[in-house]
Design a protein. Structure first.
Length: 144
């Protein structure tokens, strides 16, 4: 079984789709709230009028936006899981023979120390590492 840092790959649909579903819904709601704020404050429209809400719902939560979000929500988790598994299995098929040479060059460039040794005092805490991981992984999800 493929594992990454002691964590097994997700196997059930609930494990695969839990975070993307939560993030998609939160991105949709956040964009809608921002749209309401911008439309009401900058556009100087009254939030008590039905036309304002009808415009916001049709423009920001219309079928095109919901279908796009649904497509991302359905396809992205499966794609990321496959890519993650493929990335983990690459070294099983062909170990990279230039790793030691690149490590020596990298240490030379950084004054005789490896990059992780320089960054360890800053990012060597589990909270910081989890934060960087979440920003990297779910930041890409937000960009898509």
């Amino acid at each position: 079984m493929l594992q990454a840092k002691g964590h097994a790959l997700p196997h059930s649909v609930a494990e695969i789709y839990a975070w993307p579903f939560t993030l998609t819904i939160s991105y949709l709601l956040t964009s809608f709230i921002i749209a309401v704020i911008v439309h009401v404050l900058i556009g100087r429209r009254r939030p008590s009028r039905w036309e304002t809400w009808r415009f916001l719902l049709s423009h920001w939560m219309g079928s095109r936006r919901l279908v796009g979000a649904l497509m991302v929500m359905v396809t992205l988790p499966a794609l990321l899981t496959v890519m993650y598994g493929f990335r983990l299995s690459l070294t099983l098929f062909e170990p990279f023979h230039l790793d030691p040479a690149f490590m020596r060059i990298d240490a030379w460039v950084h004054g005789g120390q490896h990059r992780w040794e320089l960054l360890q005092p800053i990012v060597g805490y589990p909270v910081v590492t989890r934060w960087i991981d979440a920003v990297y992984l779910y930041g890409w999800f937000g960009v898509l």
